[in-house]
Design a protein around this ligand. Structure first.
Ligand SMILES: [Ca+2]
Length: 338
């Protein structure tokens, strides 16, 4: 059942007269906007907006509803649910969105106007599809060197894509031999994609040739893990998505050059916790095959593999066991496989 997750400003009142004291208004400005932070990701089904009716109602015409998880451009670059088309028939507008996000913005993409909203209702359910979750948020980041407090490794996973390095939201290494950055996700994840936001104020080509590596090893600081992608280029201030479909606890970005600077304004990692569980099986079976012969052993093992949903490995070679059944017929042959 859909649940209302937030309302603007007051006890769910929709008086559309500004004088009722239940509306917001921005100053006359360039592309005025309003945003609500739902504090968590929601699957948002619809948004209802109540317009001012006592005056200037047409100002709402062309306003856009944007929903997503990014605060880039104050959240106004998130995907668009709808554009409001002004009508005098009703003061409330209901839009179906079916989108995922933490932030809901209303923006008039016009220079020089005023945004007035008397009520914004957002309907949805908590806990949107986990594939859309940035699993790097709140994890542990480090890098090859950090000489400046305003360019630390965690700034690349602070949930902010601001691409100006002086906004204290980008990581930045020294000029260094093969500089690298790493996030420890603390557990293994099945990683579907990595989104990297490049620096926007300067030097966008520095990222060219950087590699994304994912795995569970810390050998060579994690930079020897399998490679997901080589970044050919990312335009200044832009975000690029790399599909990976890999499993790992560590995600590294490394520039394999002698002498380079690595700057990352955001690294988003999308995936779900990897479900891997190891179990030991002890299998006892009858066979007339000669299990001492390695080829036969391999063939029997393949038959086990074919009927199993598990990925099997031998931890111990089969052992021959004779079973006595009193004084009856000669005992059948048993093998024990662990
Ligand atoms: Ca950032």
């Amino acid at each position: 059942m859909n649940k209302k997750v937030t309302i603007l400003n007051d006890k769910h009142q929709r008086p559309p007269e500004f004088s009722a004291g239940s509306c917001t208004v921005t100053v006359y400005s360039l592309q005025p906007w309003w945003r609500v932070d739902l504090l968590a990701q929601y699957q948002i089904s619809s948004v209802v907006i109540t317009n001012r009716v006592d005056c200037c109602s047409q100002r709402i015409d062309g306003a856009e509803i944007r929903i997503g998880n990014s605060l880039e451009n104050d959240g106004n670059n998130n995907p668009r649910c709808a554009v409001i088309k002004y009508t005098s028939d009703s003061s409330s507008y209901n839009f179906s969105c079916n989108m995922i996000g933490r932030y809901v913005n209303v923006i008039i993409p016009q220079n020089g106007t005023t945004l007035t909203l008397c009520e914004v209702e957002v309907y949805g359910v908590l806990g949107a599809i986990s594939l859309q979750t940035d699993v790097a948020l709140g994890k542990i980041a480090t890098q090859s060197s950090s000489s400046y407090p305003m360019f630390l490794a965690p700034f690349a996973i602070d949930g902010n894509r601001d691409s100006n390095v002086y906004a204290m939201s980008c990581s930045y290494t020294d000029y260094y031999f093969k500089p690298w950055w790493r996030v420890d996700l603390l557990i293994e994840y099945q990683i579907s994609s990595v989104v990297i936001t490049n620096r926007g104020d300067c030097c966008p080509t520095r990222i060219d040739g950087a590699e994304i590596r994912i795995g569970n090893s810390l050998e060579n600081n994690g930079n020897n893990n399998p490679r997901c992608a080589v970044i050919t280029d990312i335009p200044a201030g832009s975000s690029s998505t790399f599909s990976c479909d890999m499993i790992g606890r560590y995600v590294n970005v490394v520039i394999p050059k002698n002498g380079a600077i690595l700057t990352l304004c955001e690294v988003e990692i999308y995936g779900v916790p990897a479900v891997t569980k190891k179990i030991n099986l002890r299998v006892k079976f009858h066979t007339s095959e000669d299990m001492i012969d390695s080829t036969t052993r391999h063939n029997v093992f393949q038959q086990f593999q074919m009927v199993s949903a598990l990925k099997l490995y031998w931890t111990q070679e089969p052992e021959l066991e004779h079973e006595n059944k009193g004084f009856s017929d000669p005992s059948p042959v048993h093998y024990i496989q662990r």
